[in-house]
Design a protein around this ligand. Structure first.
Ligand code: GCU
Length: 335
């Protein structure tokens, strides 16, 4: 009898403790996000694109009521852009923001959007990217294992070097100029008579320091935030390219999302892009002020020289946009 009572009590205890365990788990589940995603960014913490990534993560977490948490890894912690894109393709990384120059190596039709001297000005580029052409290219990424979410600003790119002031094309001759790991950018440098040295962004500072390269090219914000201006003080404001940047999601990650969460992600990405563009405008101005106050020698080309630089790019259109000439024409027709 006593034995029976003990067995019943033990059974009850076991049942109740299991229930407690179950409910504790259930409670914990409710507080835990369903997904923790990784977002890769190669710029520093206070850079406009990183700040927009934080804003994106915050908006997504709020809108999904904590179901989706996104951790932003900045300063290239998850690798350089090329390796980040590879990881994105198989789902090792869930989100990123990368320069179109890196992305076009994986999806060459994108080259058409970063051809030198393509856009008349920033407004022209935004009319293209925020319109049908931009949407078409965001969607076209799906074929490469990732989906484009939104367009970020990265201003115009300019040459800088540590050897001499550039006032004409002849001054470019022989200079070792770092470019992004992009065939189009390599050919652009060659067309100007300089020597192209493709390398990852994170290696440029040391390259300038050791003399592996004489210079590079980038926008105001990157020139300032990387402190390249301290090693490479001759800046030629030729605005040869306007290379936009894309925020992307891995297709692998996208497949895990409910329709509603996918809508939230798309919406937050668009809002993050608006934030980035505002932050960009402020940061670009500040960077220009810092760099010029530091004594950088800023040169612009005469109209005639600029025309020579532009003409030297014509063969690139034939190589990189041969099959997309109607897109180039459509871009040019946008007012
Ligand atoms: C810009 C861009 C980066 C890119 C870098 C580069 O800074 O924002 O994404 O990596 O150019 O020149 O490589």
């Amino acid at each position: 009898m006593v034995l029976l009572a003990c067995a019943a009590l033990f059974g009850l205890w076991l049942f109740r403790s299991q229930c407690a365990l179950f409910s504790r788990d259930k409670g914990a589940d409710l507080q835990q996000p369903a997904f923790i995603f990784r977002y890769a960014e190669n710029q520093s913490e206070d850079y406009p694109t990183t700040q927009a990534a934080f804003a994106f993560a915050e908006m997504v977490e709020e809108e999904t009521e904590g179901r989706i948490r996104i951790k932003v890894y900045f300063d290239g912690e998850l690798g350089d852009e090329k390796s980040v894109i590879e990881q994105l393709q198989f789902g090792g990384i869930d989100f990123t923001r990368v320069s179109l120059s890196s992305l076009a190596e994986f999806s060459p039709s994108l080259n058409v959007l970063q051809l030198p001297y393509l856009y008349r000005d920033a407004n022209h580029m935004w009319r293209v990217l925020d319109g049908e052409i931009g949407d078409m290219f965001l969607e076209s990424m799906a074929a490469s294992g990732m989906t484009g979410l939104s367009w970020f600003d990265a201003g115009t790119r300019n040459f800088y070097n540590s050897v001499r002031e550039i006032t004409c094309m002849e001054d470019m001759k022989g200079l070792k100029i770092r470019v992004q790991e992009s065939e189009l950018m390599v050919d652009m440098i060659k067309a100007l008579g300089a020597q192209a040295v493709p390398m990852a962004y994170s290696e440029v500072y040391i390259g300038l320091q050791t003399g592996t390269i004489d210079g590079a090219e980038n926008n105001w914000s990157s020139y300032e935030s990387t402190q390249h201006y301290q090693l490479s003080p001759y800046l030629l404001l030729d605005e040869h390219t306007r290379v936009p940047e894309m925020q992307l999601i891995s297709n692998n990650t996208l497949q895990k999302l409910s329709e509603n969460d996918w809508k939230i992600i798309q919406d937050c990405a668009k809002r993050a892009a608006e934030i980035e563009r505002e932050l960009w405008a402020e940061n670009e101005k500040e960077a220009e002020e810092i760099v010029t106050a530091a004594g950088v020698i800023v040169t612009t080309l005469s109209e005639e020289e600029k025309k020579r630089f532009q003409d030297a790019m014509i063969p690139l259109y034939e190589i990189y946009a041969a099959e997309d000439i109607e897109i180039v024409e459509a871009i040019r027709a946008i007012r």
